[in-house]
Design a protein. Structure first.
Lengths: 405, 270
């Protein structure tokens, strides 16, 4: 049984969408629906999803396009009826599945506020009490008495969000709606959401913006092919999701550039593990190997420069091959292969970018850049970017060096 | 509030949904001719024009007369008494059928009892054409037609089951229409056949004896004849009215059953 703090609870929720490509399909589906049989052609959008949201614990929903995120939110909002399983909601649900979806273009903003708030379940008295604050939040001036069809899309969004703020729901469901509206309105929305959460409100946010999910939700669920693939702390889930994306991209062959032109250039570059397998995710303290192939029109060994930056662009370390008596392997006429080994890899867990540049043989002119993204995983409580070698020892408590007196 | 698979459609009762039904109906009425200068006037003028055409064609060209049973009643009044209820019925039915498709955006994004849309479509037609009906009856009375205006409450009592019939059929068709787009085209044909097959433009007594049973079984024919008897002859309610009303309630319940079975799946198909 769910305890009193459980706000939303899903058990084995499955949603099948009927496939109705032909007229025969339509008739078969119709009889199946009327007489509650379940033998219609379908595809599965949600597959036995179990999920629990507790009061005050906002949940971010992430996943690829078509993973079933929207269906999940719609099911919780009561718009979609699951084919099997149960959904229990102990409170008032406010759903912003699409801002302004209940608006009629021919009516004024004010008239639309009335209908749209009636749809969200406000009574006539509620609406009368709150219409002032709704109009104030929307902040669209005298346009409020003009038909919606003359509004810009940003103004429609403002009005839609303003109506939602008036509902004061126990759980607010938003589906990628923060991405619209201008900068200042977005800030206003985020500020409102922060206040809403601080006052005990619960947010169910579906977004492709990991930043929004991390800022607004303590927990996240990763939906993949209609199933909950991972559920837990936002940072863990978002990191796992991003890593999965990286790996999927890395498994695709690296872009190959043709060995031609008057300047040196990086033809291809990729990262691999200590065993020589291409990889995009590395363990902290493990081995990262950079492999790069460069072209030099005069058949002299070019200089290769690499730099490591964090995902936000902070530079961490860079170096070049123009030192000592290093010579790259000449893999073909005018083509040279480089390998850089990082062992042990001292970067802390996070997302990084390796930038590879080709310089002329003198190492003076920089011609070309190629970026590779990679992720370092590990469990550590250290802060910063890299692990610096250090030792912990018992202290002396006095400033003078031992043996000075 | 548990919302298992069986109760995803919240109950359509309580002040909350009453207010929503009122809002929907108001939107239907106001939205009918939004953007036109004369607005609602068109909704009244349209049936008036129809009445004028029928009155001219049938009384001056085909020379259909008002039967003996209705002394001093003009053909204009004779047709008007059945034409407005017919317009309420047929338009309510068509709009009810189209109401789900027309509000696809809402159904996909907001959870509310879908049947309110069907009710609102019929209610809006009743409101608009009810006003037109009363206005026309008042004008005809002023022109000297013997209309029992005091019987208007009885007319409303007769119209309620008539409109329930439209709502029930409309609800079932609205549900079927989402899966089978053919329904819409079929309805057009059926309605135009029904219009001429019902004693609206002509009295039932003109129908040949061999076909009379069909006309009497047609609920539209029954209501048309009854409305005339009440309006022109001051007839009280008869037991047949109760039977007709029961039949209409049964159709309404059946139509709503079909609608409610399909309603949770509208989102799948819209």
């Amino acid at each position: 049984m769910s305890d009193a703090r459980t706000l939303v609870s899903l058990r084995g929720v499955t949603k099948d969408y009927p496939k109705v490509a032909t007229g025969g399909d339509r008739l078969r589906t119709l009889t199946a629906l009327l007489f509650r049989r379940h033998d219609m052609p379908h595809f599965r959008a949600l597959d036995s999803v179990d999920l629990e949201v507790r009061r005050g614990e906002s949940l971010g929903i992430i996943g690829e396009n078509g993973a079933g995120k929207s269906t999940l939110l719609k099911a919780i909002a009561g718009v979609v009826r699951p084919s099997s399983g149960t959904i229990e909601v102990n409170g008032r649900v406010g759903a912003l599945l699409e801002l302004g979806s209940g608006f009629h273009p021919d009516y004024t903003g004010r008239e639309n506020i009335h209908l749209s708030s009636a749809l969200m379940g406000l009574s006539r008295r509620d609406v009368r009490e709150r219409i002032g604050s709704i109009i104030e939040f929307a902040d669209i001036g005298e346009h409020i008495d003009e038909p919606i069809k003359h509004y810009s899309s940003g103004m429609v969004v403002r009005l839609g969000f303003a109506v939602a703020t008036a509902l004061e729901p126990d759980v607010l469901i938003t589906d990628e709606v923060l991405a619209v509206g201008d900068e200042s309105f977005q800030k206003k929305c985020i500020a409102w959401l922060e206040r809403y959460r601080a006052n005990g409100g619960t947010l169910l946010l579906c977004s492709h913006s990991m930043f929004h999910v991390q800022t607004l939700c303590a927990h996240a669920a990763w939906i993949h092919h209609g199933r909950v693939r991972m559920l837990g702390n936002t940072f863990d889930v978002t990191q796992a999701y991003l890593t999965w994306h990286e790996e999927r991209n890395a498994s695709q062959a690296p872009a190959q550039r043709a060995p031609e032109g008057p300047y040196p250039r990086v033809m291809k570059a990729w990262t691999e593990d200590g065993a020589g397998e291409p990889a995009a995710t590395f363990a902290q303290g493990g081995t990262l190997v950079l492999q790069a192939q460069a072209y030099e029109p005069d058949d002299r060994a070019p200089v290769l420069l690499f730099g490591i930056v964090r995902a936000d662009g902070t530079s961490i370390y860079g170096s070049h091959s123009n030192e000592g008596d290093f010579q790259p392997a000449r893999s073909a006429p005018r083509q040279f292969a480089f390998e850089v080994r990082f062992e042990p890899l001292s970067l802390l867990p996070g997302k990084y970018r390796l930038r590879v540049h080709a310089l002329d043989a003198e190492g003076l002119r920089l011609f070309d850049t190629l970026d590779i993204e990679f992720v370092v995983r590990g469990e550590t409580r250290d802060y910063g970017l890299v692990a610096l070698p250090h030792q912990w020892r018992p202290g002396r408590a006095v400033r003078e060096a031992v043996g000075a007196s | 509030m548990a919302s298992g698979p069986a109760s995803i459609d919240p109950p359509a009762r309580g002040p909350r949904w009453g207010w929503l039904l009122f809002s929907f109906t108001r939107r239907e009425v106001l939205g009918r001719y939004a953007g036109s200068v004369s607005g609602l006037a068109w909704t009244l003028l349209h049936p008036l024009a129809q009445l004028a055409i029928y009155a001219f064609v049938f009384s001056h060209i085909f020379r259909i007369g008002v039967p003996e049973g209705y002394p001093r009643v003009s053909y204009l009044a004779f047709v008007a008494a059945a034409l407005w209820p017919w317009i309420m019925f047929s338009e309510g039915l068509q709009r009810a059928m189209a109401s789900i498709g027309a509000n696809a955006g809402l159904i996909r994004k907001v959870a509310f009892p879908h049947r309110l849309l069907v009710y609102a479509a019929v209610l809006a037609c009743c409101a608009i054409h009810g006003v037109g009906f009363i206005a026309v009856l008042a004008v005809l009375t002023a022109l000297g037609d013997p209309i029992h205006l005091l019987r208007l409450p009885l007319v409303i009592v007769l119209l309620v089951p008539y409109m329930l019939l439209a709502t029930g059929i409309g609800a079932a068709l609205a549900g079927l229409q989402i899966l089978l787009r053919d329904v819409e085209h079929g309805l057009q044909v059926v309605l135009s056949v029904l219009f001429y097959a019902s004693p609206i433009l002509y009295p039932a007594s003109l129908v040949p004896q061999s076909l009379r049973a069909w006309v009497e079984m047609n609920p539209l024919g029954w209501f048309s004849e009854r409305l005339r008897e009440v309006l022109f002859l001051g007839s009280p309610l008869v037991p047949g009215d109760a039977i007709a009303a029961l039949g209409c309630v049964a159709v309404f319940a059946g139509g709503l059953w079909v609608f409610q079975r399909l309603s949770p799946h509208f989102e799948d198909f819209l």
